[in-house]
Design a protein around this ligand. Structure first.
Ligand SMILES: [Zn+2]
Length: 497
């Protein structure tokens, strides 16, 4: 049985933005003063330090873990035992072994964590080598997770990193329950949403719809885009989850064709005009190939003509490539800074050596340097981390009967309901093909459809309201079956005590 690590500093969360001191300390002491360097040789020096004897390597860490301070959490107990427990019992999963993932693995290993695992589905490409500093030319084509794990283990003695070369969806849900903290170094919204849903799915709620602390699995999420980045702490049930603040990610920029054709105002407008409109006009039937330098050069020259005609500055060949291929430049120093902040938050959550970031740090290095911590608020009706609507049901209740109940349930009042359980679609109103496929489930008890699990989360979508004012909506149901399992209610943790 895994021993519980030092209780995370959940209460009280700092009310205002966290003083910038801890983040600076993290950069300087735990990682090195070179955390924003882009130069691999500096990194190698840094990694070489890591092979020094244990006592000198943990010197900076000891300043945080072996002595009290006025920023520590209420449960913090300084001492060598805490440091040793962190090394022995804390298990950290790093999701992603790209630009941010490489930095995270190195930072976490140098911050004293010894049990790390990393999951990534990608293989190394030549274009990764400028910033994903754990990889070499001879590694091209090999799985990132495996090479990254090997390289860090070679340089940092005592650390054990288990690589997983697969998609995050391929792992059983139980895989994710094994870890003390999950750290995300991803570049995709979909992957973040998936992990967020999995981790929030572990949440248990008591009878007052309050999240049970023991069921919370903390996440630390980092993200970078060019010179900008963010680090955030997600304590499911307490701080907003990824879904609560999904609006933070703006939809991808697409220019209206009329703007491109009639009223270009920026250099990208001119480039997209040459790429999307002019190319087809001049080369009918010939597909534009973004990897063909001649094609790219043609688009660039057309864009320059267009820009000159409208007096717009700024069209360059590099920008043309960036706009056409939708390239967001990845910058090593941004990854290093965001990773340092994430590794420090991980250490703070695991040890309680300081209050955690509350709860979203943004970094902007476009002009000068600007950082800011913002305390976002949880959405209590969030379909992912919210408690959902509690329903105690009979095991013989069929899916059709449940759907009828939902029409009259005061907190649901939903018609034309479609039902999902985990990744399974139990019933879909449309399209007709799916309806026909799932129709047979209507007469089956929900208990059976949920694999006779004593409780579970069911997601329903349908129409709320009446007549012309009906709107589509979705709700989360926290279903518990009567007379099944140890606890009748879903607080079986308390019941078992
Ligand atoms: Zn949420």
């Amino acid at each position: 049985m895994q021993r519980k690590i030092q209780a995370p500093d959940y209460h009280p969360l700092p009310s205002g933005p966290l003083p910038s001191v801890p983040v600076t300390v993290g950069c300087r002491s735990l990682v090195s003063s070179n955390c924003n360097t882009q130069c691999n040789s500096d990194r190698e020096l840094l990694m070489a330090d890591a092979t020094a004897p244990q006592s000198s390597r943990s010197r900076d860490l000891d300043k945080l873990l072996l002595r009290p301070g006025h920023l520590v959490g209420p449960t913090f107990e300084p001492g060598t035992e805490l440091r040793d427990d962190l090394q022995e019992y804390a298990r950290i999963l790093v999701v992603g072994a790209g630009g941010l993932g490489c930095e995270l693995l190195k930072d976490l290993a140098l911050s004293g964590f010894r049990n790390l695992e990393v999951i990534d589905m990608d293989r190394i490409e030549v274009s990764n080598l400028n910033r994903q500093f754990l990889f070499r030319l001879e590694d091209v084509g090999k799985p990132k997770a495996e090479v990254a794990a090997k390289r860090v283990m070679e340089r940092v003695t005592g650390v054990n990193i288990v690589p997983h070369f697969c998609r995050i969806e391929e792992k059983e849900l139980e895989f994710y329950t094994e870890f003390s903290i999950i750290v995300l170094g991803l570049d995709s919204i979909e992957a973040r949403s998936y992990i967020n849903e999995v981790v929030c799915g572990f949440l248990e709620f008591d009878n007052n719809d309050k999240a049970v602390e023991e069921s919370m699995k903390p996440m630390v999420d980092g993200g970078t885009e060019g010179f900008k980045g963010h680090a955030r702490v997600i304590l499911p049930g307490i701080t907003p989850c990824f879904e609560c603040t999904i609006w933070l990610f703006p939809p991808q920029v697409k220019f209206p064709l009329c703007t491109l054709a009639e009223t270009p105002r920026t250099a990208p407008h001119c480039i997209e005009y040459a790429h999307l409109m002019k190319w087809g006009e001049v080369h009918p039937g010939k597909t534009f190939d973004p990897d063909d330098p001649e094609h790219m050069q043609w688009v660039y020259l057309e864009a320059v003509k267009r820009a000159e005609a409208f007096g717009i500055p700024g069209v360059t060949y590099t920008l043309t490539q960036g706009v056409v291929k939708n390239i967001i430049p990845a910058i090593a120093s941004t990854n290093a800074i965001i990773s340092a902040a994430c590794a420090l938050e991980t250490l703070k959550i695991a040890s309680g050596c300081s209050k955690t970031l509350s709860n979203y740090l943004t970094y902007n290095g476009v002009e000068g340097l600007h950082t800011k911590a913002t305390e976002f608020v949880k959405d209590n009706d969030c379909p992912v981390c919210g408690p959902g609507i509690f329903m105690e049901l009979d095991t013989c209740l069929t899916l059709k009967m449940l759907m009828e109940q939902l029409e009259d349930h005061p907190k649901v009042l939903m018609s034309r309901v479609s039902v999902k359980y985990q990744s399974k679609t139990l019933y879909m109103q449309s399209p007709p093909e799916l309806e026909a496929l799932t129709q047979s489930n209507l007469s089956v008890p929900l208990f059976n459809l949920m694999d006779k699990s004593p409780k579970g989360i069911v997601h329903v979508t349908g129409l709320a309201g009446k007549g012309d004012t009906r709107q589509s909506c979705s709700k989360k149901l926290r279903v518990v079956f009567k007379g099944v399992g140890v606890g009748i209610t879903d607080t079986d943790m308390a019941g078992g005590a």
